[in-house]
Design a binder for this molecule. Structure first.
Ligand code: AKG
Ligand code: FE2
Length: 525
């Protein structure tokens, strides 16, 4: 799939360039053919006009009479062939298909992925549908044109195909208002109504669904499905009214149960925690919630001159952004040149990023992690080896047991939902093959600025780190006793405008025994 990284998305522009060239050639050939047809027709018309002027005189000549018959048989057949001949179109298509290996063609999955990404951005960043349709994103980089009613309709249709009736309703409503304002209609009013009515019903608004279906039947009285749905919705409405009284009784019983301390649903607790985290995550992504001054007053910047001798000569520009767990940002730790080399080495090996299924231990792709990534070894380049040494100098940790350098590029709306970098106890065989223990710490480089969105956020501790090209974030994932630190749960917010490059180094437990002494006290730092 191409939507999962921006590097692949840019290859689509090459594909589009080839497509434009092929269509241009096709139009040119068709134009020549039409020119010839125009000439033949002019000649036919010239003779016809003369003949029509005095038909008797004209037909008196047997050659004229014969040629008239010939024109309407043989010549007409030739012209028909010429006009229905599609070999040029076929040649153009087969030409483009033969380049299919070189060109990247997005498929239905890509289209759905791209639409889903837009919906994710809309939700996370509270974007208004009408404003989005106008091509406006938080006052940043405007789209080169507005969306047509048909564009909105397609977004609604993609949401519908994903079973997402909430966004179907939003986008079909927008399609409807745009369609009504359009001089040259890009989509049929009734087609929009059909989707909108059904998704409105699925959203639980039966009365509104019925109204929309009536509108649809007004426009298309013989619409089979609408007729069926109308009967169904009317029935559902009657049933609903009947059960309202029962519902009130059930609500009263639920309230009593809560008063008595019973839980209505076993999953309520997990569900609440999920929603709380989700709200915090989204607020942080939008840059809304900050830390209180009580916390931020402890934060500061300084030149870090240890633990290694190297830092005595070239101190690291450290910024303490959180105390417990300790999170540092190091500014200017990666040069633009190093970044170019790392991107160039990584790009040809890019694969869709995977996650470990915690039950089966298998690696698989998941919609909650959308990016492409690859791994670089120290042997790949002196730049990579140098970067590894630098991380060792700054953190004072043993890099021999660390994982290779992972490089990632996020695509359209690319993100990574809240997760731990360390393996939890219940995770099956995580990192077992490495034999180096758990991921004790994370060193995360930002290899690009991001125009909007794309923060790294820690929903449990209200921290948002904004990508800054050349900077890096560093934190320990484990307490000194080896237990995972739950407060390090973090996420990569969807990229709203621009593209995001990161690379991370996961440092492991083995080899750190003398560098970060362990302790039985979970609070020890
Ligand atoms: O891209 C980011 O900001 C965070 C990435 C991350 O958390 C990960 O790859 O584990
Ligand atoms: Fe992570």
């Amino acid at each position: 799939e191409v939507f999962t990284s921006m590097t692949d998305m840019s290859r689509l522009l090459t594909t589009e360039g080839e497509m434009i060239r092929a269509i241009e050639n096709y139009i040119h050939a068709q134009e020549e053919k039409l020119n010839k047809l125009r000439k033949d027709l002019n000649e036919m018309e010239r003779i016809h006009d003369m003949a029509a002027h005095s038909p008797d005189d004209f037909l008196a000549n047997p050659i004229n009479a014969y040629l008239l018959v010939k024109r309407l048989t043989v010549d007409w057949a030739d012209l028909q062939d010429a006009m229905t001949d599609n070999s040029m179109g076929k040649a153009m298509l087969s030409n483009l298909t033969s380049m299919a290996d070189l060109l990247r063609w997005p498929d239905e999955e890509d289209l759905n992925g791209a639409a889903t990404a837009l919906m994710r951005l809309q939700d996370t960043y509270n974007l208004d549908t009408a404003q989005l349709a106008r091509g406006q994103i938080l006052g940043k980089k405007h789209a080169y044109r507005e969306l047509t009613a048909a564009d909105c309709f397609e977004l609604g249709r993609q949401s519908y195909n994903s079973g997402d009736h909430y966004h179907t309703t939003l986008w079909m409503t927008e399609a409807l208002s745009r369609q009504e304002a359009e001089n040259n209609k890009t989509v049929h009013h009734a087609d929009i109504l059909e989707y909108l009515a059904f998704s409105t019903y699925m959203q639980g608004n039966i009365r509104q669904a019925l109204q929309l279906t009536d509108d649809l039947l007004h426009e298309r009285p013989n619409h089979q499905r609408a007729m069926g749905n109308k009967v169904y919705y009317e029935q559902a409405l009657t049933n609903q009214e009947d059960s309202t009284k029962k519902g009130e009784e059930n609500d009263r019983l639920d309230e009593e149960a809560v008063d008595k301390g019973y839980t209505v649903s076993e999953n309520t607790f997990a569900n609440d925690a999920y929603h709380r985290e989700r709200r915090s995550y989204e607020r942080l992504c939008r840059g809304e919630s900050g830390l209180p001054p009580k916390v931020t007053s402890k934060l500061h910047c300084y030149y870090q001159r240890g633990p290694s001798d190297y830092l005595k000569i070239v101190p690291a520009k450290a910024e303490l952004v959180h105390v417990n767990p300790t999170i540092h940002i190091y500014h200017d730790v990666l040069s633009d040149q190093e970044i170019s080399v790392i991107k160039a080495l990584a790009t040809p090996m890019f694969r869709r990023a995977t996650v470990q299924n915690y039950k089966t231990g298998e690696l698989e792709t998941a919609s909650y992690r959308i990016s492409k990534s690859s791994w670089l070894k120290a042997e790949d380049s002196e730049v990579v080896a140098g970067v590894n040494r630098r991380i060792g100098s700054i953190t004072g940790l043993n890099m021999a047991t660390a994982e290779e350098l992972q490089v990632a590029n996020y695509g359209l709306g690319g993100h990574y939902e809240p997760h731990f970098d360390y393996a939890r106890r219940e995770e099956k065989d995580a990192f077992k093959s490495l034999g180096t223990g758990n991921r004790i710490a994370t060193f995360l480089f930002y290899m690009s600025d991001v125009d909007a969105g794309g923060a790294t956020v820690f929903p449990q501790i209200n921290v948002a780190l904004w990508p800054e090209k050349g900077a890096a974030a560093f934190w320990h994932n484990l307490h000194p006793n080896g237990e995972g630190d739950e407060l390090t749960r973090h996420a990569a917010c969807p990229v709203l405008v621009g593209t995001k490059w990161v690379s991370n180094k996961w440092i492991h437990e083995r080899g750190q025994e003398f560098r970060r002494p362990c302790s039985l006290d979970p609070e020890a730092l």
